[in-house]
Design a protein around this ligand. Structure first.
Ligand SMILES: Cc1ncc(COP(=O)(O)O)c(C=O)c1O
Length: 396
């Protein structure tokens, strides 16, 4: 699909067609270009390609046709001018942040972050002279007062991991821009189907493509999206020279994942909503958080910035860690894991997995108790999933 035709089609159509580069054989499916390098008709052509004087591929660390198809398809769906794929979601987060900062700069981030993102901000950036401040992402006053003259970028996830709080992206983008800084949003939990941070004012969006984009538990991947200027200025050289590149094979798997993303995410969202209805008043459940519900604490912000609910539900079991583990161990269909966004329904105990590195008081500050669970809906029949959860609650 040529770039000029992107806006002619609706988002779901772009997920199936955008970015495809057909070879001379006219294949239906996207081609897996499993090649590291490229050859040239002449030394002059090779020299011109290296100088960037003519378009084309040079070396798979910089770009590859299958990876380029994935980047183009994601950019077309997200409404971004440019995109760069990476080997994992963490490579995308790290490059999007590191590419913007120099020693002496400052970063502000919401405290409720995926554990590895928090490590990059709290532990890695300071090693290179970049300081950081963590704030309560829901409190706009905290964002405003944390920003300093040397603040280069603000970073957040929404919904947050694992308590599914909704941070006001447009308001934080405004604070960033008034301070001459940028806003980077990790949109993994929302998925590109339900939330478009660039349209809300963010400068850059990052994904772990490992989650809903693959959605079938096969491979890791990440992607950074933004304006051409953002990608050229902050991302391009860092990726090209340091090499956290996506493998063409993974790009091919992810391209096929994109074709069905909207079908899977809609089904997962419906199942998550059904789970929230079944559990919200259950006597063995003390708290339930679901962004699609009117009783969600930030329901009005969710309504403004999200087009759908969520594929995830967070809830607390009545009782201690032992009771919570009894529930987990009694599940027969829903699998215990630390992942999310898969075709299979999954459940995570954040206190002992994704957030185990945090001190107990830090977990308490984030609302991560020993009885909190994060459920990720799969694409199974919703009734089977609900019945499995209800049966396991009997074991509590
Ligand atoms: C919100 C969020 N951001 C980033 C990542 C990192 O992605 P990856 O595992 O692909 O490196 C994850 C999960 O692992 C995540 O949940």
């Amino acid at each position: 699909m040529p770039a000029s035709h992107r806006s002619r089609y609706r988002p779901e159509t772009r997920l199936v067609h955008a970015g495809q580069l057909r070879s001379e054989f006219g294949e239906t499916s996207e081609t897996l270009f499993l090649t590291q390098g490229f050859v040239y008709d002449s030394a002059e052509e090779c020299a011109a390609r290296f100088k960037g004087e003519e378009p084309g591929f040079v070396y798979a660390r910089f770009s590859n046709p299958t990876v380029a198809m994935f980047e183009q398809r994601m950019a077309a769906f997200e409404g971004a001018e440019a995109a760069r794929a990476t080997a994992s979601g963490m490579a995308a987060v790290t490059a999007a942040l590191m590419g913007q900062v120099r020693a002496g700069d400052h970063v502000v981030a919401a405290r409720a972050l995926f554990g590895s993102c928090r490590w990059v901000i709290e532990e890695l950036l300071p090693r290179f002279g970049v300081s950081s401040t963590l704030v309560d992402g829901l409190d706009l006053e905290q964002w405003r007062s944390a920003v300093r003259p040397n603040t280069k970028t603000l970073f957040l996830e929404s919904p947050t991991n694992p308590t599914l709080e909704i941070i006001d992206i447009a308001a934080v983008a405004q604070i960033a821009h008034e301070a001459g800084a940028t806003l980077v949003v990790d949109n993994v939990f929302a998925t590109p189907l339900w939330q478009s941070p660039l349209a809300l004012g963010a400068d850059c969006v990052v994904y772990s493509a490992t989650k809903h984009i693959d959605g079938q538990g096969r491979c890791l991947g990440g992607i950074i999206l933004g304006s051409q200027e953002f990608i050229d200025k902050h991302v391009h050289m860092l990726l090209r020279q340091t090499g956290p590149s996506m493998s063409p094979f993974n790009a091919w798997v992810l391209l096929k994942g994109l074709e069905t993303l909207h079908l899977r995410v809609r089904r997962q969202t419906d199942t998550a909503a059904a789970v929230s209805v079944a559990l919200v008043e259950h006597p063995k459940v003390t708290r339930l958080i679901y962004p699609g519900r009117p009783d969600h604490p930030q329901a009005s912000v969710a309504g403004r910035q999200m087009r759908g609910g969520s594929t995830l539900v967070a809830f607390e079991i009545r009782g201690d860690r032992a009771a919570t583990f009894r529930f987990l161990n009694a599940l027969e269909l829903v699998a215990i894991t630390n992942n999310l966004g898969d075709a299979k329904s999954l459940i995570t105990h954040p206190a002992t997995t994704t957030h185990q590195r945090l001190k107990p008081e830090e977990r308490a500050e984030l609302g991560i108790s020993d009885s909190l669970l994060r459920f990720s809906a799969g694409v199974e029949h919703p009734d089977d999933v609900v019945e499995d959860l209800l049966a396991a609650l009997e074991a509590v």
